[in-house]
Design a protein around this ligand. Sequence first.
Ligand SMILES: Cc1ncc(COP(=O)(O)O)c(C=O)c1O
Length: 391
Amino acid sequence: MKKSYKELSPPQRILLGPGPSNVDPRVLKAMSMPLVGHLDPYFLEIMDEVMELLRYVFKTENRLTLPISGTGSAGMEACLVNLVGEGDEVVVGVNGFFGQRMSEIVKRCGGTPIEVKEPWGRALKAESVEKALANSNARVVAVVHAETSTGVLQPLKEISKLAKKYDALFLADTVTSLGGVDLKIDQYGVDISYSGSQKCLNCPPGLSPVTLNEKTVEFVKDREGKIQSWYLDLNLIEKYWEEGRVYHHTAPISMVYALREALRIVYEDGLEKRWAQHLKACDALIKGLNAMGLEILPTENNLPSLTAVKIPEGVTDINVRKTLLNDFNIEIGGGLGELKGKIWRTGLMGINACERNVILVLEALERALRKEGFPTKAGEGPAAAMEVFKE
Ligand SMILES: Cc1ncc(COP(=O)(O)O)c(C=O)c1O
């Protein structure tokens, strides 16, 4: 044991990686508010407001829209464990790391994933999904809307139509899209979705907003036997968040305060305005990167909240990320799985999707690349990006 432990003093990073993103000071302040009990009348009102605000960001009328206690993966697991049991087939889109994780969870639920694959960096093809549905008994189709590992945005409408055609429920992972990218749960026909607090919502990690329509609620209720996970059983969680307000587990009060404040900020800003800011910031970033001679991974369907940049030959991934962190206090992400060492992941999420950050990260990248011997002309990237903001 050490004799004494210093007071916490974390560095003030600019978090431009795949998440978490920076948190608005208003959110941190909300977290420091006095605790009340998880059944206190004050807290029950806060819960109602959180559900209302979540309906706003998900663009849904779904009654059952609430935050699961846990990170995005808890939301993923909650959705799948409630939908999938022993022997069930599930069509899962696998074109990145998080599609793979869904497939793994389906297996752990005792189900069989029917994987629809595309190379990492491409969106799934509707015809492949249709083929999988036509040749299986799947009652669920699961895809990742915003694949954080590849920077690909998956169009939802066509797959949603196919799910209806084959009488399957449509599940979408919206961890990196909620609050930053065009997402309309009801209009796009998504039956059930989970997200995360730490990306475009600018809240610390720890809650996973989930929404499901009545058709899905009925599906879960009609399932034979008990849901295999007690903690993530949506029938039980519903009783705490909705009817009855029956104790299930002690809600993470301070995190719920934080989420409420983060959602209040999105509501004040306006969702559509935020989507437009993400599009503009991403467009500027890509134009800047291209001007510096860098390419992005997806050739189409690129995700506004996260850009996957190909690492040029001869440049060492970790050296560049270290320069960014040590000299500029900027965090960007490396590649996951098969893209490790091949891409950088630059997130512009929520309040981070702004001109200052785009210019800053381009400037820092330029310097880091020059250190690595990659030829970039000073100022070219930022200048190209600035043109976009002038428009
Ligand atoms: C698309 C996607 N799904 C799921 C997750 C898992 O979320 P968490 O790391 O919060 O558990 C992430 C995390 O980055 C993600 O990007």
